[in-house]
Write a new protein. Structure first.
Length: 262
């Protein structure tokens, strides 16, 4: 596992965007570069940086195929809290990616199991995901894989915990009851099948989750801990998120990254 510690959220976002852009630009295969994407507050800074690079002519998304992590069940795409709406408002509407290259789970499906199976099949049809960017919740959940979700889980229907609905209620007028109780989500196994996984962790409220991801035991309690078993896992974090790391761990990763830059 690689842990890249930056001074603040802005520098973390820029580092992550630079990394993703470099991977896309270095992609020489005939098939598209396949990019997994999250929603939420964590990736917004990265999306802004990627948009800047695209508008400056430094990065093209014409040969990029995207798969989003999740979508609320029962929200139409036109709803301003659907993840389809979020992705277009914050990213897709500002870059020149072909519409047919965008893949987001259909939250209005009448057949959730079939929709999730088709999603897995479509990912496989592209040869898998090259890089999956993600964020984690304060309880360490990755996508909507809440604590005690199997670490080998695939894309499927997820029940959301009360805590998650309370946290997300800030987007629904502060009322947890307005937050959908279920979502469609890629599984932990779906994410860790990617060649690389880049997870963004920022802020004091994510400090316990970062420590569990890096230093804790591999456990279903912290689904983020599955990244310890991934050979291409990268954590991009800010100083504020490092409060629960031991001093030796913190110094180790600063030292390693300093050597990587030499």
């Amino acid at each position: 596992m690689r842990v890249v510690i930056q001074d603040d959220y802005e520098k973390m976002s820029k580092w992550a965007a630079d990394y993703i852009a470099a991977k896309i630009n270095a992609h020489k295969e005939d098939r598209p570069f396949v990019l997994g994407l999250p929603t939420g507050s964590s990736p917004i800074g990265v999306y802004k940086e990627l948009i800047k690079k695209n508008k400056a002519g430094e990065l093209s998304f014409k040969n990029v195929v995207t798969f989003n992590m999740d979508e609320y069940l029962g929200l139409p795409r036109e709803h301003d809290q659907s993840y389809w709406y979020f992705m277009h408002d914050n990213f897709f509407d500002h870059i020149e990616i072909p519409a047919e290259n965008i893949n987001i789970l259909n939250g209005m499906t009448d057949d959730p199991e079939g929709e999730c199976a088709r999603y897995e099949e479509k990912i496989a049809s592209y040869g898998g995901i090259d890089l999956f960017m993600g964020g984690i919740g304060v309880d360490g959940h990755l996508a909507f894989n809440e604590p005690y979700t199997s670490l080998t889980s695939r894309t499927g229907l997820r029940d959301l915990t009360t805590d998650t609905r309370i946290v997300n209620s800030r987007f629904f007028g502060g009322d947890p009851e307005k937050v959908p109780a279920q979502a469609l989500s890629v599984g932990i196994g779906t994410v860790t099948d990617a060649k690389e996984v880049l997870v963004l962790i920022s802020g004091h409220n994510k400090a316990r989750a970062l420590a569990a991801t890096v230093e804790g035991s591999v456990s279903q309690k912290w689904t983020c801990s599955a990244l310890q078993m991934h050979n291409g896992a990268i954590i991009a974090c800010d100083e504020a998120a490092c409060g629960e790391l031991t001093v030796d761990t913190y110094k180790y990763f600063l030292d390693i990254e300093k050597k990587e830059r030499l």
